[in-house]
Design a protein around this ligand. Structure first.
Ligand SMILES: [Zn+2]
Length: 422
């Protein structure tokens, strides 16, 4: 529900002028007070009680963003804990999902109501707020939580156990069992000065994902098999990444975790629909080698590709020669731009930067390098592995492995689709 609609609803319930009510609401929203709490404050200020503020008792499937406050009887599916800076102070909040027999809903609890994953609870007077078009529950000061008389039925998984392949940005309170494949310690400058963090890659049988531990733990070392609880998932360069906070727990596992060497093979449609993947394999045909491929120049300060010796950030610079390929790959279900770095480009081109410069000098045209690459790649079928990121400008695959495919990519794509959907 937006401010305007809320103001209108409040104004008519309170018998007040809408402009005045809206101004009151907006001044509270400036302080990041959730809309429903702001509405309750405004209602109190104008002496309104009862009436439209009486929460309805609903099944989760029936809650819409039009509801103000609701009562629900639910199963706690997941609970994640984190600290956020709220009105200049650190506040510990709990977030996750609730379920009943009709569906699930995300929640944010602004205080510790004492429930845990698996508990069946009656939640009274929860605020409904809108997040990206969906209703979410806001459990605040005026919310009550009590134990339900009977266990609440739900088809949704309880406890947040997840395989890496099933995680997506926004997930909270998840539990995973993984092997640490790579780990590095880094120092970053945060708002509270320099902080040490760990970052690297974890793997299980289904996938590999990058991770960040914001509260470095000695158990996290290369080769360790660990159970991590209360982790949350953020987007990192367009793909999901596992985050450990001060509230996450890490326990060594007695049994080794089975780890995949292969990246999941997906059709391009499935890969792009996933919104980004750290490690994925696709098979497709190269339709086109785009401009900006072949012999290029990079800024010596930021490594970005530059045109005519001009970096967008650093102005006129002495460019450094490099090789790369931006190829459009299609498998009949979708397309991506594969970005191939210098090492693989050397293999494909059959020469290094020095060879490429010599060829360009001889032809008096840099484009001969890209043309040679075009001749090799366009029309061919390739197996491509790398990191896929998807944003409003399209899908980019930063390539780690690039090989000629043995089979017809279109056939493979159809097979992959059948497998995934089957
Ligand atoms: Zn630059």
């Amino acid at each position: 529900m937006d401010v305007d609609t809320k103001a209108e609803e409040l104004a008519s319930a309170l018998g007040k002028d809408k402009t005045e009510v809206k101004a009151d609401l907006e001044s509270l929203l400036e302080f990041d007070v959730p809309l429903e709490e702001a509405a309750q404050s405004v209602r109190r200020k104008h002496g309104g009680g009862g009436g439209s503020s009486t929460p309805e008792t609903l099944d989760l499937a029936d809650i819409t963003t039009e509801h103000g406050t609701v009562n629900v009887t639910v199963r706690v599916l997941t609970q994640g804990t984190r600290t956020i800076r709220y009105q200049g102070e650190d506040v510990t909040i709990r977030e996750g999902k609730l379920g009943d027999s009709t569906g699930t809903i995300s929640y944010t609890a602004w205080q510790d109501f004492g429930f845990e994953s698996g508990d069946s609870v009656v939640v009274g007077n929860a605020g409904v707020r809108e997040w990206e078009g969906h209703p979410e529950l806001n459990l605040g000061q005026s919310t009550t939580v009590s134990v339900a008389d009977e266990p609440v039925d739900t088809d949704a998984p309880i406890g947040g156990e997840a395989d890496l392949i099933d995680l997506s940005a926004g997930d909270r309170g998840r539990a995973i069992e993984v092997r640490v494949q790579e780990v590095d310690s880094r120092t970053i400058s945060g708002r509270d000065g320099d902080t040490e963090i760990l970052s690297g890659v974890v793997a299980d049988e289904t996938a590999r994902l990058p991770f960040t531990d914001w509260e470095p733990r000695p158990e996290i070392e290369t080769g360790a098999d660990l159970r991590m609880e209360d982790v949350y998932i953020r987007e990192f360069r367009g793909s999901p990444s596992v985050n450990l906070s001060e509230f996450s727990t890490v326990e060594p596992l007695s049994e080794p975790v089975d780890v995949t060497d292969a990246a999941p093979r997906l059709s391009l449609a499935e890969a792009v629909d996933s919104g980004g993947l750290f490690d994925v394999e696709v098979v497709g045909n190269v339709l086109e080698v785009r401009d900006g491929s072949g012999l290029i120049e990079r800024c010596p300060d930021c490594s970005r590709v530059i045109q005519n010796g001009q970096c967008r950030t650093h102005g006129t610079v002495e460019g450094e020669d490099d090789l790369r390929i931006k190829a459009i790959v299609d498998d009949g279900t979708d397309t991506v731009t594969a970005i191939i770095g210098s090492e693989l480009t050397e293999d494909i081109y059959g020469g290094d930067v020095t060879d490429a410069k010599a060829a360009a000098r001889e032809a008096m045209d840099k484009e001969v390098v890209a043309d040679a690459i075009r001749e090799t790649l366009v029309g061919g079928g390739y197996r491509v592995r790398g990191t896929l990121s998807v944003d409003e400008y399209g899908a980019n695959l930063t390539v780690e492995e690039f090989e000629e495919a043995d089979d017809d990519p279109a056939v493979l794509a159809r097979a992959a689709l059948t497998e995934v959907r089957g």
